[in-house]
Design a protein around this ligand. Sequence first.
Ligand SMILES: NC(=O)c1ccc[n+]([C@@H]2O[C@H](COP(=O)([O-])OP(=O)(O)OC[C@H]3O[C@@H](n4cnc5c(N)ncnc54)[C@H](OP(=O)(O)O)[C@@H]3O)[C@@H](O)[C@H]2O)c1
Length: 294
Amino acid sequence: MKVLITGANGLLGQHLTKLLLDKHYQVVATSRGESRLPFEPSANYTYHPMDIADGMETAAIMNLERPDVVVHAAAMTQVDECELRPQQCERVNVQGTSQVLTDAETFSSHFIYISTDFVFDGERGNYAEEDDTKPISLYGFTKLQAESMVETSEIPFAIVRTCLVYGNLLKGTRSNIVSWVKQSLEQNKTIQVVSDQLRTPTYVGDLAKGIALIIEKKATGIYHISGKDWLTPYDIAIKTAHKFKLDASKIVKVDASTFKQPGRRPLKTGFVIEKARKELGYEPMSFDEALNLI
Ligand SMILES: NC(=O)c1ccc[n+]([C@@H]2O[C@H](COP(=O)([O-])OP(=O)(O)OC[C@H]3O[C@@H](n4cnc5c(N)ncnc54)[C@H](OP(=O)(O)O)[C@@H]3O)[C@@H](O)[C@H]2O)c1
């Protein structure tokens, strides 16, 4: 079975590519610009530069490869950048998804869209799939618009919402909460970390496994795929410091209101993952267990 991944240079894309190759799928990795993946072309693996904001390029690659499954992970993921460059955010997250989806409808039999906890307003937290969405940032709004488009698709689709993903890139550098805390403390820097937001942080390997289960089971509908521990960024930072024997006294507890950022973040998110457990057999590691893999 041939699986095409968009945004394959990113944190999720790299780990999903590796997992699917390990499972002997034929993988077509695509992303903006040159490959940053640590794999050589082979009978089972190809990389194509594919900017999803470029309809001609996307159509040409999709027509060339005609994948059975598309995992659409590419997005403009920086919340503040989306507020500062709204047209580009809309172009990538909404029009880009529309383009990939249209091509998938011609060639593919399963479309898997990667979405976010930022489709919720964060008033309540611990969200289930059927809870009301209400984004409070442009990033969240564009991801929800893309979800709505996917839900009208003519081919079977799954929407995977995930939350605060962490882990090491296989190649290259890109910061996430765990790597940022670890690097900062290793450099003896004092860091301010928010203690009034709640998330269910997701180890990237678990997220990739959840998506692989959706592919294997040809599952459709919305799935919340995240970690199982409800933690604040401050909790995450303290656990990270202890795990790597770093100086936790350098971590200063602050409220989210301390930071004046262009994009608003929902206060309490985090997911109920019972549907994924029951229907997919998804079972994530605890945060402490996943830290052993970093
Ligand atoms: N990370 C999280 O905490 C989190 C939480 C909830 C949901 N998500 C969702 O999960 C998905 C994967 O996120 P991630 O953590 O892997 O993020 P990431 O590391 O930022 O990866 C996104 C990838 O998309 C690529 N991309 C951006 N614009 C593109 C375009 N126009 N055409 C093609 N590729 C493009 C990026 O390219 P460059 O590398 O060149 O920038 C990057 O490689 C995203 O859809 C995101 O919205 C992530």
